[in-house]
Design a protein around this ligand. Structure first.
Ligand code: FMN
Length: 213
């Protein structure tokens, strides 16, 4: 069969991005952009693609949800024994990408993942709906299942076991913080002449460059 070709579908014209438009601190700049994305009703603002690589260098990527950010980095929650968990145990270097299509923006982050403290994971776990708390116990994330029934049977078993009582955090479930060393802000422009501003961490602090599109 011949390859199905996808034609260029649109030009980007919503906004521009210059060195003089951005803050010296990329985390503060990220804060501005994510707030603008929320104000612009961007869907799934907090959804980010997380790329990891195994010890052998095999890459893999999936979407996770950003649950917090500050000067230390960008936090998400997951199963520590999942594919991404075993990748990060062997190779903590990772990358994150946000695509906010409604405002023609992309943010790329490179960094190193560190587990958040048990206290932080517990505090966040406690805020999750009960069904998700049970789900965290039930799902051996990334393991092969025989069928869906296996999963649902286990969920029902745990639901009756816990009754109305508090559900503790599974030791294999918690947060990672991606500690950034490079953050790029991308604004789509006409004729593919996009604006790209990249902050890289140096001994002297964050260095800001414009990159070719
Ligand atoms: C919108 C969206 C949000 C998701 N959020 C999370 C999340 O916060 N944590 C998580 O572990 N998986 C999340 N997932 C599922 C992951 O994409 C992935 O299927 C799962 O974590 C297993 O990945 P792994 O086998 O590479 O470890 C999300 C998926 C989608 C589509």
């Amino acid at each position: 069969m011949d390859e199905t070709l996808i034609a260029l579908r649109r030009d980007y014209t919503a906004a521009t991005l210059d060195i003089t438009d951005v803050l010296p601190d990329p985390i503060a700049q990220f804060g501005l952009w994510i707030k603008q994305a929320m104000a612009s009703q961007v869907l799934d603002v907090e959804a980010m693609t997380l790329a990891t690589a195994s010890a052998e260098g095999t890459p893999s990527a999936r979407i996770v949800l950003l649950r917090g950010y500050d000067q230390r980095g960008f936090t998400f929650y997951t199963n520590y024994e999942s594919q991404k968990g075993s990748d990060l145990a062997a190779n903590a270097a990772c990358a994150v990408v946000f695509h906010w299509r409604e405002i023609e923006r992309q943010v790329r982050i490179q960094g190193v993942a560190q587990k958040v403290t048990a206290e932080e994971s517990e505090a966040y776990f406690a805020t999750r709906p009960r069904g998700s708390q049970l789900g965290a116990w039930v799902s051996r994330q990334s393991a092969v299942l025989k069928n869906r029934e296996e999963l649902e049977k286990e969920w029902n078993k745990l639901e009756s076991k816990y009754g109305g009582t508090a559900i503790e955090r599974p030791p294999f479930w918690g947060g990672y913080r991606v500690v950034p060393n490079c953050i790029e802000f991308w604004q789509g422009r006409r004729s593919r002449l996009h604006d790209r501003l990249q902050y890289s961490l140096t001994d002297a602090g964050w260095k800001l460059d414009r990159l070719a599109p």
